[in-house]
Design a protein around this ligand. Structure first.
Ligand code: SF4
Ligand code: SF4
Length: 360
């Protein structure tokens, strides 16, 4: 008897799930067939398809890290007003998709009544994108969620109105690795002292060659301390970047007094109208002062105020500063310009470990 033909091996699908099963029926019917969109009011987008169908998107800010009761509340709102459909944006906004225009205003009223501000569209201050912080990451020097919550409370009016010259993206990063990326305004941790090494733990916890390789300025050397293998830091070379702390927690760099916050501006990931840009330091040494970080909020509001008054329509923060010049920026904002704003380290081209290779 002939052997049965072997069954062909089929791939195991383990990637992202099929998105169509989660989409609003109006989106599926008109997929790829959208004609135009407009913003009838702050926080609301109206997409019109070639077929004539319209779909409204109502955007509201959330606190990002939510308890179950809040998630249930948001789901109930979706069932009541949006045929059960919502999605989250990368900036932690919730977007409800509504086919029936008559339900748009009642949905907005309901969201406001429940404490979720509707806005974040067009030339507004969008919701701050924040990094993982204490909840998911092991190296934060501050609480990213807390900074975001405290600042968005202060910037509520800028979120719900569209009265900025252009969109303002604010980011935070709770360590100097800056996984929050580039922002029009960025609030980042800034370490100001080299790491303190707990020599009793290094041999048990750290893979020393990896830690040595991790330092961008080659400031770490293997050393024998009290007869135990450990590491030492050349403090003259150390730029206090904190890169050695993740692979070697006994190299503690977070410090309640010496870990500060710095504000950078003019970063942009997009290459829509010009090349992407890195943000640049404008204010350093602000106290890491929970739970409301008032010193940081004051500087951010000052920058936003001057930007709103002085920038031309459609200019992003970086474009505005490039036009008026950095001296004028410091003049207008009254922020002190110090020696720490100047990148004068000539060795960087030769010694800065700027390779994109992943090292283990
Ligand atoms: S900014 Fe740093 S500490 Fe914060 S989540 Fe990203 S890598 Fe972790
Ligand atoms: S903080 Fe940065 S520069 Fe200083 S020793 Fe660690 S990795 Fe090197």
């Amino acid at each position: 008897m002939a052997e049965p033909a072997a069954k062909p091996r089929t791939p195991i699908e383990s990637g992202v799930p099929d998105p169509f099963q989660y989409m609003h029926p109006t989106t599926i019917r008109n997929f790829g067939q959208w004609k135009y969109h407009e913003r009838p009011q702050p926080g609301v987008l109206k997409h019109v398809a070639e077929s004539g169908e319209a779909l409204y998107t109502v955007r509201a800010g959330t606190q990002r890290q939510m308890d179950l009761a809040t998630v249930r509340k948001l789901c109930d709102i979706a069932d009541e007003f949006a045929e059960g459909h919502f999605r989250f944006t990368i900036r932690s906004n919730i977007e409800y998709l509504v086919a029936d225009e008559a339900k748009v205003q009642p949905l907005i009223d309901k969201l406001r009544a429940e404490g979720f501000p509707v806005g974040g569209t067009g030339p507004s201050v969008a919701m701050i994108s924040h990094t993982q912080g204490w909840l998911h990451c092991d190296i934060p020097g501050t609480d990213a969620s807390g900074v975001v919550k405290a600042l968005m409370d202060e910037l509520h009016d800028e979120f719900v109105r569209e009265d900025m010259p252009n969109r303002v993206h604010i980011t935070t990063s709770c360590c100097q690795i800056n996984c929050g990326g580039q922002g029009d305004i960025a609030i980042n941790i800034q370490h100001t002292k080299p790491p303190k090494i707990n020599h009793d733990l290094v041999a048990n916890v750290c893979e020393r060659p990896s830690v040595v390789a991790r330092c961008p300025v080659a400031a770490i050397r293997p050393a024998l301390v009290n007869g135990k293998p450990s590491l030492e830091v050349d403090e003259q070379k150390c730029i206090c970047c904190g890169a050695c702390y993740p692979p070697c927690p006994p190299m503690e760099i977070n410090d309640p007094e010496h870990s500060k916050l710095a504000i950078w501006i003019g970063g942009n990931h997009s290459n829509a109208r010009g090349a992407p840009t890195f943000h640049k330091l404008v204010c350093s040494g602000l106290p890491n002062n929970p739970p409301r970080w008032p010193e940081v909020a004051e500087v951010v509001k000052k920058i936003l105020h001057v930007y709103r008054e002085d920038a031309r329509d459609y200019e992003r923060v970086g474009e505005w500063v490039e036009r008026i010049g950095w001296p004028r920026f410091f003049e207008l904002t009254n922020l002190p310009f110090t020696k720490f704003h100047i990148e004068n380290w000539r060795g960087s081209r030769q010694t800065l470990n700027a390779s994109a290779h992943v090292r283990f």
